[in-house]
Design a protein around this ligand. Structure first.
Ligand code: NAD
Length: 297
């Protein structure tokens, strides 16, 4: 299948690579030359721009930071034309970015107007899941369109859920990430408290992992350096899932909570803690660096 892949960052890069390894023809593009060079070295064709990437593509997959990037890519900005008008009727768009459900619906409506199919398919599983091809996809859109996308999603992920109509994938994703943001802070607090009392973070983490506090961070994404060799914490909090991206997702969950008049007190508190961490200059570090905000000074 001819696939255009736009956005080759921490997640998009390994996802595009898995499609390439599965035998698909991937033409990719990213604004970052470094990101493009990395994939070119793996044998993936890099297009000169987004318009060139989607030429002849049956499927377009996007993995961009936020709503504005996705709307800009497909619908255009004040200065740049979007790529939707370049796609033939019958093409399929799979947006894997985490964005507002309203933005997903806006792009889907514009796509439908020209006979292009669209699903929102945000992911969970981190960069490790993207590399291993074990991501969880949360899909919003028509069931038949998901079935068309499924063979491709299966090359990048291990779990594929149909959350509901267009936008429902994004709603599921912000609920999940609100929980993740909160649990990373809670896990950080517990480890920092133990360390302040002289406990070995490895031993404490293992105790909690096998006890009632066990969670995903303790399983594979420990915020304390040296506990998990491959976690961002052990690599200077480089790569992984940026604090600013977590801040964006918690902002989306709070906007949504306001819209539906829901009370999400811990989600609000978590958003403010990540915002303080970002203002302190750590927005580019992996979100597990939030452990630096807690514990004994
Ligand atoms: P990233 O910042 O590493 O990568 C985003 C890439 O998009 C960058 O390389 C950037 O240059 C590129 N880009 C931006 N605008 C572009 C445009 N108009 N055309 C082409 N390229 C453009 O981000 P990431 O960590 O890969 O995350 C991507 C999305 O996936 C985000 O919405 C994020 O919230 C979500 N997500 C990330 C993780 C994670 O662990 N990193 C996990 C699940 C979901």
């Amino acid at each position: 299948m001819n696939i255009a892949f736009i956005g080759l960052g921490n997640m998009g890069g390994p996802m595009a690579l898995n499609l390439h390894k599965a035998g698909h023809t991937v033409k990719a593009f990213d604004l970052s030359t470094a990101a493009c060079d990395k994939l070119a070295a793996e044998g993936i064709t890099i297009a000169a721009d987004t318009a060139a990437a989607v030429q002849g593509a049956e499927v377009v997959i996007s993995m961009l930071p936020a709503s504005a990037h996705v709307e800009g890519l497909f619908l255009g900005t004040g200065t740049q034309a979007g790529i939707l008008p370049l796609l033939p009727a019958g093409a399929l768009v799979i947006d894997c970015s985490t964005i507002a459900a309203a933005s997903a619906r806006k792009v889907a409506e514009a796509a439908q107007a020209q006979g292009v199919q669209f699903i929102d398919a945000p992911v969970s599983g981190g960069t490790g899941g993207a590399i291993a091809g074990t991501l969880t996809f949360m899909v919003g859109g028509e069931a038949a369109v998901l079935e068309r996308a499924r063979p491709l999603l299966e090359k990048m992920g291990a779990n594929i859920f149909h959350a509901g109509a267009v936008g429902a994938g994004q709603t599921a994703k912000i609920c999940n990430n609100m929980l993740l943001g909160i649990l990373m802070i809670g896990t950080s607090e517990a480890i920092a408290l133990g360390v302040a009392n002289g406990l070995d973070p490895k031993v404490l983490s293992e105790i909690m992992r096998r006890s009632s506090g066990g969670n995903w961070a303790l399983e594979k994404y420990n915020p304390c350096p040296g506990v998990h060799e491959n976690a961002p914490a052990s690599k200077g909090y480089a790569g992984g899932f940026g604090t600013d991206l977590m801040l964006k997702d918690l902002g989306l969950s709070q906007e949504n909570a306001t819209a539906v008049k829901a009370s999400t007190p811990l989600g609000g508190l978590a958003r403010n803690l990540y915002a303080m961490h970002s203002i302190a200059g750590q927005g580019g570090l992996d979100f597990s660096s939030i452990i630096q905000m807690v514990g004994k000074r």
